[in-house]
Design a protein around this ligand. Structure first.
Ligand SMILES: [Cu+2]
Length: 145
């Protein structure tokens, strides 16, 4: 009996060791960066699918192409288009959420290099828990939606 108990504990410990560190399984698609001329900020749009069992949340983003990136949400107030910063954007397990025009977007501030339509920009999404997911945004024209 003693022997059996010992084996059982060892078995449980190895099971725990084999459990991977909780990793968000966010799949990003349709990532595009709508640039504006000059020093004006660009807007990033994309789809997020959470393939994991736990909710995942985006809390920020970073890229070498712009000095800073903010999470924004567009809204209309008294007939005026406004936007404000957002702390986090959650995607429930098994669901898809979208950053899209007139809604959530990444606001890319202060371009660090000149970009052209068709260029590719590497962006790291910062997830809750300090994980990073890297993805490629395609630069699209201001007229694109
Ligand atoms: Cu914005």
């Amino acid at each position: 009996m003693r022997m059996f108990k010992g084996t059982l504990v060892a078995g449980l410990l190895s099971l725990l060791a084999a459990t991977p560190v909780l990793a968000a399984e966010l799949e990003i698609s349709d990532a595009r960066l709508r640039m504006l001329p000059g020093d004006r900020p660009g807007a990033g749009y994309f789809k997020l699918y959470n393939a994991g069992d736990e909710p995942a949340a985006v809390v920020g983003a970073e890229t070498n192409a712009y000095a800073s990136v903010e999470l924004h949400m567009s809204m209309e107030k008294d007939g005026m288009a406004m936007m404000h910063g957002v702390e986090r954007f959650e995607v429930p397990p098994g669901e898809t959420r979208e950053f899209a025009p007139q809604g959530y977007h990444l606001m890319f501030m202060k371009p660090q290099q000149s970009l052209n339509v068709g260029d590719e920009v590497e962006v790291r999404l910062i997830l809750e828990g300090d994980e990073r997911v890297e993805t490629t945004f395609e630069v699209v024209s201001p007229a694109a939606l």
